[in-house]
Design a protein around this ligand. Structure first.
Ligand code: NAD
Length: 470
């Protein structure tokens, strides 16, 4: 598939193969762009700014709604392509499509709600006699840099609100899974003037970095790992940056919790997309008194998962993004076992597959839970009491989301207040998001919020206009 720049299809002499992680077959190739092409994309995106700004909010909204309809019409095709390039079960890809449609719809609605406010300057010293109001204006060019695990919905979370508030966009899709995003960009391009939507493929360290450093890009909206995010924040200079980074989400299960509910939360939270979810359940922090019963029930439910061809509708556990990624998970789990952790079920890798794994006796200082393990692993950390549970929950550099299972209102409130995370759910695992909610982590998990309305805030600048009526 070619890149889309200024409404034209652009290729390159160098091509990268996009591989299906399930069978190693080449699905397609994409260009490996270099800096010159990134410059072209930046140029075209800048040239298209005025055409978009001149468009009424009414028209922008309607055009986004038109794309909603087109995406709905092509839902199955998009889902199949997503499964081929990511290796996630087809049913999960269909859910990503439904969420993508919803995200786009929210942006189409938000396009009509880009309000300023009147400001009472007379509340300040010497402000009497003014009439003042604010306007929210587009920043200009937004670069969207996105990861492989939810490539379509996470890209739409950036480009749809960006366009809703009249920014042009350059998309740098994930290297491993660029196709679904590039196909979607074509749908948008059919509705908007040339140059409003541009895609550029190639290596993050080259074209991604070039976009980050360019003075002619006004905002970087990035989702990906902490390592890349840190680099971006150091290089972006004066431009606005939103960073949605890694997670290592705790699930705190207290002794009065509904164990079945918590077990279901782990199944839905730790194994979704083969554990490659930023807000996945990565650490089960459980009171010793109920840990044995919980572990037994969790093992029994985990063993019901069906690993297989991701295109098969009965498959509930697909591959990881690559064999290399699966090997990394295997190594991390094996190291934990060497240090005294115990695998209760799973723990075996086959090519890019890694079995759904429950691992007990995990200590908070093991690499498995100190860093984000991006695979289908449910580590159990046994604790004594609420204080220790909260201390362990807060004991990493991450702070994306968290879930607490308890029926004790006062204990739930202590967790809600003391766990350092962008979201804390009670009696729900961290792996839950509606696409309108403010989403974004504390600590190293990120800077800024997404969720259409909140993205619009981060993709506009406020101008004050004051009329002197004295
Ligand atoms: P990654 O950081 O390796 O890559 C993300 C994107 O950044 C890719 O498009 C990549 O090509 C690009 N990139 C790489 N180096 C770059 C550079 N020097 N400059 C600019 N761009 C560069 O992440 P990944 O492995 O694709 O995704 C997994 C990570 O993403 C996990 O840590 C996961 O938790 C995180 N994630 C976070 C959220 C969230 O909303 N907080 C959502 C999904 C995934």
């Amino acid at each position: 598939m070619d890149m889309l720049i200024g409404g034209k299809h652009i290729s390159s002499d160098d091509l990268e193969e996009v591989i299906n992680p399930y069978n190693d077959e080449v699905i397609d190739t994409v260009p490996i762009a270099h800096r010159q092409t990134a410059d072209l994309a930046i140029d075209e995106a800048n040239k298209a700014k005025s055409a978009l700004v001149e468009m009424s909010a009414f028209k922008v909204s309607n055009k986004l709604f038109n794309v909603v309809e087109k995406l709905k019409d092509n839902r199955e095709d998009f889902a199949e392509l997503l499964t081929l390039e990511v290796g996630k079960p087809i049913n999960e890809s269909l859910v990503e499509l439904d969420r993508s449609i919803e995200t786009l719809k929210l942006a189409a609605e938000e396009a009509k709600r880009i309000y300023g406010e009147s400001v009472p300057l007379d509340a300040g010293l010497n402000g009497k006699g003014f009439f003042a109001f604010t306007q929210r204006l587009p920043l200009g060019v937004v670069a969207a840099i996105t990861p492989f695990n939810y490539p379509l919905n996470l890209t739409i979370h950036k480009i749809a609100p960006a366009i809703a508030c009249k920014n042009t966009v350059i998309i740098k899709p994930p290297t491993e899974a660029p196709l679904t995003v590039m196909k979607f960009a074509e749908l948008l391009n059919d509705e908007f003037p040339d140059g409003v939507v541009n895609t550029i493929t190639g290596y993050g360290s080259e074209v991604g970095d070039y976009l980050v450093c360019s003075p002619n890009v006004d905002k970087i909206s990035f989702t990906g790992s902490i390592t890349t995010g840190m680099m971006i924040s150091q290089k972006a200079g004066m431009k606005k940056v939103t960073l949605e980074l890694g997670g290592n989400d705790p699930m705190v299960v207290l002794k009065d919790a509904d164990i079945e509910k918590a077990v279901k939360g782990v199944i839905n939270g730790a194994f979704l997309n083969a554990g490659q979810v930023c807000m996945g359940v990565k650490r089960i922090i459980i009171e010793e008194e109920i840990a044995d019963e919980f572990a037994e029930k969790l093992v029994s439910e985990t063993e019901k998962l069906v690993m297989g061809n991701p295109l098969d509708k009965t498959t509930t556990l697909g591959t990881l993004i690559s064999k290399k990624a699966a090997m990394q998970v295997e190594e991390t789990v094996n190291n934990a076992v060497e240090d005294g952790a115990k695998i209760l079920t799973g723990g075996v890798r086959r090519d890019a597959f890694y079995e759904a794994t429950v691992i007990d006796n995990v200590k908070p200082d093991m690499d498995l839970v100190v860093r984000e393990t991006f695979g289908p692993v449910a580590p159990i950390i046994r604790v004594n009491g609420l204080d220790e549970a909260i201390e362990v929950a807060n004991g990493t550099e991450y702070g994306l989301q968290a879930g607490v299972f308890t029926n004790d209102y006062s204990k739930a409130m202590r967790c809600v207040q003391e766990i350092e995370a962008g979201t804390v759910f009670v009696n729900k695992q961290s792996t839950f998001r509606t696409d309108n909610m403010p989403f974004g982590g504390f600590k190293s998990s990120g800077v800024g919020k997404e969720g259409i309305k909140y993205s619009v805030e981060e993709m506009t600048k406020t101008k004050l206009i004051g009329l002197n009526l004295r």
